[in-house]
Design a protein around this ligand. Structure first.
Ligand code: SAH
Ligand code: SF4
Length: 406
């Protein structure tokens, strides 16, 4: 079988600038068929998977368990790694490693590895935050990725290879990856087929082998995607980026809210929790004077009271060209107290890697260059006006972002 027809033909169309398909995105049955068509014994599939996911082999040429001729055939058909180049920046005294990856077509994506030392009886954790798209169409104005706009969907292998890259670094240091969160660039539920295929590879004990409960997928509220997940009944955690419980404000902070308003998002999340028995995580990026008022805390408490939910309050990472900064800690604490009072589990999270631009998309945005100053000034003025109007309870009537369909 020709490799370009093997696993996911949509990823390997003729004329693609992305070159050969990445080996880590090939389904086991497709790989087994490819090997069988070459007359290889069945145990070769396991040897290839061990090399791809074992975390010690760097290239196809290094798979010493395979005969040279098969290594050459694999190299002619697949890429061992879809990340062409990775640049690392270290922050938080080594606790945060931000990686900027260049892909075959020049697209830049980011992943962030966060180390959490053992404490209070909890084991040490090594959590990787990965990207599902280059850029993002949703356009949340506090997010550096949103500012970049949409580039393209990542292939399955490009998602998995971010994990392999971090895992190789960890294994070399005698550690292993414990958690994966889809909280990097992009909206995972708008690239759901590839995200699900990647999770399958990461979860499969014969491939990466990380338990589903150690994987979190975060969405800005793509209701059809949440429903699709509910029907599948996955065991990974679903996180919903809520940011505001009132539609006028959420319209500004998450433009997708104009298509799927907050009540629909929370209903879909509730149904997901009921069907899977898994608690929903809600993320709230705390922006000073914008979504951190008493009114907002009360609205969120009313919205989530009685739900199987956990709210994470996250100080906003500074992002160039926004008029906004993080809420001060006492304000975040007051907000948390109101939610706790309503019986809603709430945690205040730290933000990692501020000094290396660890808010998703910041390094890629930096590379994209400065937009013209008048455009930045206009954008800031519009955001200030829109958020002020939203605080008065007025909804804007702009359409939902282009390219975000259902
Ligand atoms: N698109 C998905 C997943 C990627 S964004 C989503 O929006 O959920 C992952 C998380 O990073 C989201 O909760 C998002 O709100 C948060 N985020 C984006 N920019 C941020 C910033 N400047 N400061 C803090 N959190 C930010
Ligand atoms: Fe996209 Fe998430 Fe950033 Fe919003 S916060 S622009 S959905 S990546």
């Amino acid at each position: 079988m020709a490799p370009t027809r093997s696993a996911d033909t949509s990823e390997t169309e003729a004329g693609s600038t992305l070159g050969l398909p990445g080996l880590s995105g090939i389904e086991p049955t497709a790989l087994a068929t490819w090997l069988a068509n070459r007359g290889e014994p069945t145990y070769r599939a396991r040897q290839v998977a061990d090399a791809v996911f074992g975390g010690t082999v760097e290239s196809m040429a290094d798979i010493v368990t395979l005969p040279g001729e098969l290594r050459r055939a694999l190299s002619a058909a697949f890429r061992f790694d879809t990340l062409i180049e990775t640049e690392l920046r270290i922050a938080d005294e080594g606790l945060t490693e931000k990686a900027l990856h260049r892909l075959a077509d020049g697209a830049l994506i980011e992943s962030v590895l966060m180390h959490y030392p053992a404490r209070r009886g909890a084991r040490e954790r090594h959590t990787l935050c990965i990207s599902s798209q280059a850029g993002c169409a949703v356009g949340c104005p506090f997010c550096a990725t949103g500012e970049l706009g949409f580039g393209r969907d990542l292939q399955t292998a490009e998602i998995v290879d971010q994990v392999r890259s971090a895992s190789r670094r960890l294994i070399a240091a005698g550690k292993r990856l414990t958690n994966i969160v889809f909280m990097g660039m992009g909206e995972p539920l708008l690239n759901l087929d590839r995200v699900l295929a990647a999770i399958e590879a990461l979860n499969d004990p014969h491939r990466f082998g990380l338990g589903a409960r150690h994987i979190t997928v975060s969405t800005s509220g793509v209701v059809p995607g949440i429903r699709r997940l509910t029907a599948l009944g996955p065991q990974f955690t679903l996180a919903v980026s809520l940011h505001a419980a009132r539609d006028p404000l959420r319209d500004v902070l998450v433009p997708l809210n104009r298509r799927w308003p907050v009540a629909e998002v929370v209903t879909a999340a509730r149904e997901h929790a009921a069907a899977t028995g898994r608690r929903i995580s809600y993320e709230v990026t705390m922006i000073s004077g914008v979504n951190d008022t008493q009114v907002d805390a009360d609205a969120m408490a009313d919205l989530l009271r009685g739900d199987n939910a956990h709210v994470n309050l996250i100080p906003m990472n500074p992002v160039a060209h926004t008029p906004w900064v993080s809420s001060p800690m006492p304000v975040i604490e007051r907000f948390a107290a109101i939610l706790l009072e309503a019986g809603i589990q709430t945690t205040i999270r730290g933000n990692r890697g501020v000094d290396v631009g660890a808010a998703c998309g910041q390094l890629a945005a930096e590379r994209a260059g400065e937009p013209p100053a008048p455009a930045v000034a206009r954008r800031r003025a519009r955001l200030i006006a829109e958020s002020a109007a939203a605080l008065q309870g007025e909804r804007s009537h702009e359409p939902a972002p282009v390219g975000v369909g259902d």
